[in-house]
Design a protein around this ligand. Sequence first.
Ligand SMILES: *[C@@H]1O[C@H](CO)[C@@H](O)[C@H](O)[C@H]1NC(C)=O
Ligand SMILES: *[C@@H]1O[C@H](CO)[C@@H](O)[C@H](O)[C@H]1NC(C)=O
Length: 188
Amino acid sequence: MDRRIAVCFAILTLIMIVSTSAAFQIDELVSKKHIITTKSPFSTALETLQKQINYTFQRIDLLRRAMTHASFSEENNRALSILGTSIIETSVSYRYLLNDMDISSKTLNRVIAEACNVESSCAVDGMRLGLHKIVRVSHNTNSTTPAIVCGAFRAIFAAVALDSGKSDDASKVFWNVHTRTGEMAAAF
Ligand SMILES: *[C@@H]1O[C@H](CO)[C@@H](O)[C@H](O)[C@H]1NC(C)=O
Ligand SMILES: *[C@@H]1O[C@H](CO)[C@@H](O)[C@H](O)[C@H]1NC(C)=O
């Protein structure tokens, strides 16, 4: 008799363990799903941006930083935007010289200036990517100002170069997103 009770107990305990662990697994699934569905708008915007520029970051922190203005955080895109400017200048001079070894320094300087100009090409390219809606700024800063859009735009190329280890990759991304009806079309 005692043995039967013991066996019953053992079976009951087993059932309880099995059902508890099943419940845990369901809980885990639910919480995982919760993490996926509660991704921040900023993370979602960075994912979309990577698709737009056709480059997937290994180190997403680099893109996060590129999309962070100095008014928002000490970890911002200021220094990245300096490297980004160099990359744009290099990309433009390289391409123009490759097309025409006899290009005048005056013309070359002009096309470089046009590609980097805050008020024109740079802000236009940045706005087209929707950077003014992505870049993190302090609550009293207007993210649509050309300087902020440009800073973020330039910083992207530094982020790509650092991520891939090749500034050539950043150059490719630049030509991919740079206005196709821009100065190349006008010059040739
Ligand atoms: C996107 O990048 C991949 C790999 O770098 C390349 O093969 C493809 O042609 C690119 N697509 C566009 C639209 O630039
Ligand atoms: C933000 O800046 C843009 C461009 O300079 C301007 O058109 C817009 O009116 C500004 N918005 C606010 C709320 O000041």
